[in-house]
Write a protein that binds this ligand. Sequence first.
Ligand SMILES: [Zn+2]
Ligand SMILES: [Zn+2]
Length: 258
Amino acid sequence: MQYFCTLASGSSGNAALYVGNRARILIDAGTSCRYIRTMLRALGLDASELTDIVITHTHTDHISALPVLLGYTGARLWCSEGAWGELCRIAGDERPQAFSAGQTLALEDVSVRAFPTMHDSPGSVGYILGEGASAVGVCTDLGCVTPQVLDALAGVRAAAVESNHDTELVRTGPYPAFLKARILSDSGHLSNEACASLVEKLARTGTRRFVLAHLSEKNNTPRHAERAAHAALCRLGAQDDVGVCVAPRRGALEPVLL
Ligand SMILES: [Zn+2]
Ligand SMILES: [Zn+2]
């Protein structure tokens, strides 16, 4: 059985899991080692069974568990060339392996492709895991959807996509001006409206399951995010064929079977 699920999602920590026939791939390792091991155990897995860890970028909410977690697993650790230096600083320079742009990794029985994302962290990427009708895309932490992102995600069966904030809630919210500007910039985080537009475009290419991820605690609610995505699918007349859910901030998402 192949499946994908998120283990934590949002600025307090991000981690997700892809289970193939042989591969056990952790995508990002935010939160804490203890938390990730607890989540894995709930899914019947020990950290020592992880085959690979792929990192999207080196912001703390995506790598904070790594230094301790690496002591519990011999999993290979992967990142883009642009993120490699910083990952070595955090995780020691023996474990991280860098892949180059456009390279496809064969991780056990699963092919994994990275694609660049516009975000204020060097070498930031999203991932496609698996192939064809059973592929899942993971795409959070991006300020805007570039043609490269659309190209990479087109045709995936399921996609975890960032729906970070409601633009109006950011504008009227409590954050200082510099932080608002960062969130709203092209290298910050994706708004509900921009996410909904991505959902609409991907649904046209055949994506049938969306996980709305990395929601802001202060500038969004699951209801705001889901409403925007549903409205986009209704415009397309696809609301009955396409599933949308929100990744829990804490706790595992019900596995998406692939
Ligand atoms: Zn993040
Ligand atoms: Zn980030």
